[in-house]
Ligand binder design. Structure first.
Ligand code: HEM
Length: 386
């Protein structure tokens, strides 16, 4: 297997990781990304196959020890469907789906549209950051409304969520671990307070009904709320940001915002570029012997630019859909994004409202991606809307 060295936080790389992905993909179905010290897949076929391969999972077969000061964090994380495998994942996801129905999501369309217009009405005059004024508030307010938590608590939820994500950063400190555990405990207390008087018709009320039937534990309801709040905002924020900046930059802003354009926004510059899986047993894949517990990196951002699947993959072309295969941006297999229908709805109505109201939106500063790898998203997006 060929080895490649590339710092994932290198300033030039984060601005455009796609040329590196082309080199990885050309070198074979699996190559070693030395900076992560693990094999990675960059082709659409292998990424899609490994996401569906039940011999691999998200759960570490050899979990590291859990010191007492991290207990608050694990009290939630151990019940999060994103971190579980069958059979617990299967039952948990099925019960959550009973509350998170497609009818409930579709019914949100008029609210998402109205909220988008309300945010646009409040745009400041002159130059401003569109991430702060639009891309950030839209997803968090939508998920808060869906769950039935006060929208004005959004900053609190974001702070807890960010502190918890700190547990997954590459070189976390003991202070990060304390902060994650404290945030998780405070988040739990906050939610338990809301559980006492759930908002009628809210998702939380529905989840508690399922819990009363004995099909979900209270810890699972809590972990699901945290997961939906965490997973349900930042990826959407950055898809909106990357999409708007990309469309303006390519001279395509003002094109009709259709479901196919949304699919192309998701394919062309997604916010999440890599997920990892653990081998759950000794297994040989594409000629490589994985031992139980070995990791493999699945490069979603690279799979989406695979020329074997997408003709002229660097070109932004909504017309390739619906015939082209769906991108890997929402994953595939058991952990396929539960919020994909909601995210698609937010992208469609959010982008459409913005493009209709401001067909001549322009960037005042060239956009820059943040120098982090777990989210491929812009630092800021300065625009003028007049
Ligand atoms: C454009 C926005 C979004 C993107 C690109 C995205 C992407 C993803 C991906 C790639 C996964 C799978 C991770 C893996 O296989 O390891 C995932 C899982 C998940 N996402 Fe999303 N997501 C988005 C929005 C949302 C929203 C709005 C919600 C909730 C309302 C959400 C909730 C979830 C949940 C609960 C899971 C875990 C599913 C499971 O483990 O069975 N996501 N998402």
């Amino acid at each position: 297997m060929e080895h490649f060295t590339q710092s994932p936080t290198d300033a030039a790389f984060v601005q455009d990781p796609y040329a590196f992905y082309d080199r990885l993909r050309a070198a074979g179905p699996l190559v070693v990304w030395a900076d992560y010290d693990m094999p990675v897949a960059a082709s659409h076929t292998v990424v899609s196959a490994l996401l569906r391969d039940r011999r691999f999972g998200r759960e570490d077969p050899f979990p590291p020890p859990r010191p007492a000061h991290q207990a608050g964090f694990w009290a939630i994380e151990d019940h999060s469907m994103l971190e579980l495998e069958p059979p617990r994942h299967t039952t948990l996801r099925a019960q959550v789906m009973r509350a998170f129905t497609s009818r409930r999501v579709t019914a949100l369309a008029p609210e998402i549209e109205a909220l988008s217009h309300q945010l646009i009405d409040e745009f400041p005059a002159g130059e401003f950051d569109l991430l702060d004024a639009f891309a950030r508030p839209l997803p968090v307010r939508v998920i808060a409304r869906l769950l039935g938590v006060p929208e004005e608590d959004a900053p609190l939820l974001l702070a807890w969520s960010n502190a918890m994500v700190g547990m997954y950063q590459a070189r976390r400190t003991r202070a990060d671990e304390f902060a994650a555990a404290t945030a998780a405990t405070e988040f739990t207390t906050y939610l338990h307070d809301i559980f006492k008087h759930p908002q009628p018709e809210s998702l939380i009320e529905q989840l508690l009904i399922v819990a009363q039937e004995g099909k979900l534990s209270r810890a699972e309801v809590t972990a699901t709320c945290v997961l939906l709040l965490n997973a349900g905002h930042e990826a959407t924020v950055h898809t909106l940001g990357n999409g708007i900046a990309g469309l303006i930059g390519m001279g395509l802003w003002g094109a009709p915002v259709t479901p196919d354009l949304v699919e192309e926004v998701l394919r062309h510059d997604p916010p999440l570029h890599m997920f990892t899986r653990y081998a759950l047993a000794d297994v040989t894949v594409q000629g490589h012997d994985f031992r139980r517990g070995d990791r493999v990196g699945l490069l979603l951002g690279a799979a989406n630019r695979d020329p074997a699947v997408y003709a002229a993959p660097d070109r932004f072309d909504p017309a390739r859909f619906p015939d082209a295969p769906t991108s890997t941006s929402f994953g595939a297999g058991l952990h396929f994004c539960l919020g994909a229908p909601l995210a698609r709805l937010e992208l469609l109505h959010g982008l459409r409202a913005l493009a209709t109201r401001y067909p001549t939106l322009r960037m005042t500063v060239p956009p820059r991606y943040a120098a982090i790898y777990h989210f491929h998203g812009l630092e800021r997006l300065h625009v003028r809307a007049d």
